[in-house]
Design a protein around this ligand. Sequence first.
Ligand code: 2YC
Length: 272
Amino acid sequence: MTRLKEDDINEIAATLASYDSELIRKTGCSLLELASHAVGRDLNEVQGMTPRVAVIPMTCGQGIIEGFVQAVASILNHLGFKAWITESSDAGGVAEAVQKGAEILFMADDDRFVAINLRTGVVSDNGAATGRGYVAGLERMCDGLEGKDVLLLGAGPVGLGAALALAQFRAKISVFDLDRAASERLAKKLEKNGYAVMIETNLDFALKQHHLLVDACPAENIIASHYLTERTILAAPGIPLGIESVGIEQIAPRLLHDPLQIGVATMLLQVL
Ligand code: 2YC
């Protein structure tokens, strides 16, 4: 689990408008439309909803990340949902949120970042939601994924969320993880849901064979720029970004990568 740093997130609130127009240029969808697409919910239905959403700072473990709850709340408010940050943190923050009538809670410790709908009991986990949201973005950038070969790098929680969404969009999934056992665990989970997954063990070979990529691993420079072509489309939820800096401007119009926006938006739509 990559822990965000303050300078990963301190620009988010001020740049959400330009972030959204860039997302529309790349995917044809706003952040709200993309998250609705990711969870298969109708935009008209969700836009009428006005739940009270509380974001609760958590001081446990490695503690507060300066700007984290502010970034989360700014994304939720940008989506048109009233979110507030509790004055208290931890258990006090949860109590304050409930006493002030919150219906949805967002909070993150070192291991899990969750959204909870107190009324329905539905829980969304950032890892799975982020994988799903990024695949929805890839699907829009590719104008459909049915029957298309997609290489998934990373078989952790984000990778699993991505794989389940890839399967639902009927893509042909290959997975590579430095830990082969992780790839096998992911393939087994997908097989239980009736989806086949090809396990790749040679990254060089896999990157030569694929131009639709999901980078859901925290490794830097896992995708050397010589693999990138004008056909490459890359959805990269993994932090830090896994391509060398020389490759970024070449692929920028076909690259999805942000520290929180798509994950938080998909979490919200999953619990609404
Ligand atoms: O400020 C706070 O409330 C902190 N307890 C937040 C800690 C978040 C730790 N998790 C992460 O940095 C990453 C994020 C990308 C979301 C999941 N893990």
